[in-house]
Design a protein around this ligand. Structure first.
Ligand SMILES: Nc1ncnc2c1ncn2[C@@H]1O[C@H](COP(=O)(O)OP(=O)(O)OP(=O)(O)O)[C@@H](O)[C@H]1O
Ligand SMILES: [Mg+2]
Length: 382
């Protein structure tokens, strides 16, 4: 209702004009729009043991059976959310039946609703089997997974949080050329950890309205901290790019967003994966705050042969020997393009009403190249 005026300024004005006592409820890390002299009460996020007490109490009050330990460990919810979740499943709770599944569904739906506007849950997550990556990258991925799995042990039980002034969140940057498996791997990591993967639509999230982008981001980060979620910022450059020299007022607002992000990442307790084609375009200040960086190499010839192999399923009817080594040698393509070519070859064969032959594969790659229209001297696609 404040129109185009700055929200905060308008709020300050309204509050100043109010003669009586005032209670103001704000999200965490929010600058209070009040003049000095107010009493500020901070409600902390409950620790797991405190959440466990609330779950036990709420379930006992309602006479509902569930697994409070599991719920307390998985979801970083406040008392209000916990009581609401229990109340929502009350009518479905036949006495004596465990309603953990219903409770989790409810919590997930609530989270979907909060994330829904700017994020999309990725439905089909890949598995380790389908990944073709060099051993050192796979090792790094196992380390990444381990960081999430053993978070509680290392930070809480072993007391590392007392000596580390960092947040316990995990932010990873995956960089590498197009089609090298960055998005694919984010899915594998999510599946391995049993978490939901949410892809953030940066074009929808970034608003031309001042302050709006920040609000959208705040909502997403807050929702992600409640647990069981990995945020995926694909093509993160647009958001995490280097701060620009301030030339216009637009630049200044863009820089404000970066500053907000930097501050938010410092306290972020959730898990986020950022992907980019150009890691050099990411602001160094962000890079320092990332807990994990992984660079995906362009596949070498041997890896490419394996990529051709994994993209041709056992059930696919083929005829004659398929010289995948020749394809790998001849065409320096990343996995994304190899996938496209395989699918294309299958359709070409289906059209011909024959099994897939080497000829189909060759034709498919050439069509793929032609479509890209970028056939450099080496045959590489830039
Ligand atoms: N290392 C890999 N192992 C197995 N399959 C791969 C690999 N890299 C790419 N692919 C195949 O290519 C498809 C596209 O890959 P993906 O979307 O993960 O690439 P990306 O690195 O995110 O590319 P972009 O930078 O364009 O977003 C995958 O779904 C998969 O079929
Ligand atoms: Mg991608």
């Amino acid at each position: 209702a404040f129109g185009e005026r700055d929200d905060r300024e308008a709020t300050v004005e309204v509050l100043r004009a109010h003669p009586g006592p005032l209670v103001l409820v704000t999200p965490p890390d929010h600058a209070t729009p009040l003049d000095a002299g107010h009493v500020s009460i901070e409600l902390p996020v409950l620790a797991e043991s405190a959440r466990l007490d609330v779950w036990r109490g709420a379930l006992a009050d309602a006479g509902v059976i569930s697994k409070p330990e599991l719920l307390a460990a998985r979801y970083r919810l406040g008392p209000g959310s916990i009581y609401r979740a229990v109340a929502a499943t009350l009518d479905r709770a036949v006495s004596g039946v465990d309603v953990t599944a219903e409770l989790e569904r409810y919590i997930r739906q609530t989270r979907d609703a909060r994330l829904g506007q700017h994020a999309r849950r990725v439905e089909r997550l890949a598995t380790w089997d389908g990944l073709v990556l060099p051993p050192d990258i796979l090792d790094s991925l196992r380390e990444l997974v381990g960081r999430v799995k053993h978070r509680r042990t290392v930070f809480e039980t072993w007391g590392m949080e007392q000596t580390m002034a960092t947040s316990r969140g995990l932010t990873a940057l995956f960089s590498g050329p197009p089609g090298t498996g960055k998005t694919l791997v984010a899915g594998v990591v999510a599946r391995e950890l049993g978490l939901d993967l949410y892809q953030i639509d940066l074009s929808k999230l970034m608003s031309k309205w001042i302050g709006e982008t920040e609000r959208n981001l705040a909502a997403i980060f807050d929702a992600a901290e409640d647990g069981q979620v990995i945020l995926l910022f694909d093509e993160a450059d647009s958001l995490f790019a280097k701060r620009t020299e301030v030339r216009s007022s637009n630049d200044r607002y863009a820089n404000l967003e970066v500053n907000y992000l930097l501050q938010r990442l410092d306290t972020f307790e959730g898990i986020a994966i950022l992907t980019t084609n150009a890691s050099s375009s990411i602001d160094p200040a962000f890079k320092r705050r990332l807990s994990f960086r992984l660079s995906f190499p362009f596949p070498d010839e041997e890896t490419r042969e394996e990529l051709w192999r994994v993209h041709l399923p056992p059930k696919l009817p083929t005829q004659g020997a398929l010289a995948l080594d020749k394809l790998a040698h001849k065409y320096p393509l990343s996995g994304g393009y190899i996938r496209n070519a395989c699918l294309r070859a299958a359709f070409l064969a289906a059209q011909d009403e024959t099994p897939v032959t080497q000829h189909h594969l060759d034709r498919a790659v050439r069509l793929e190249y032609a479509e890209l229209g970028k056939l450099s001297a080496s045959g590489a696609i830039d």
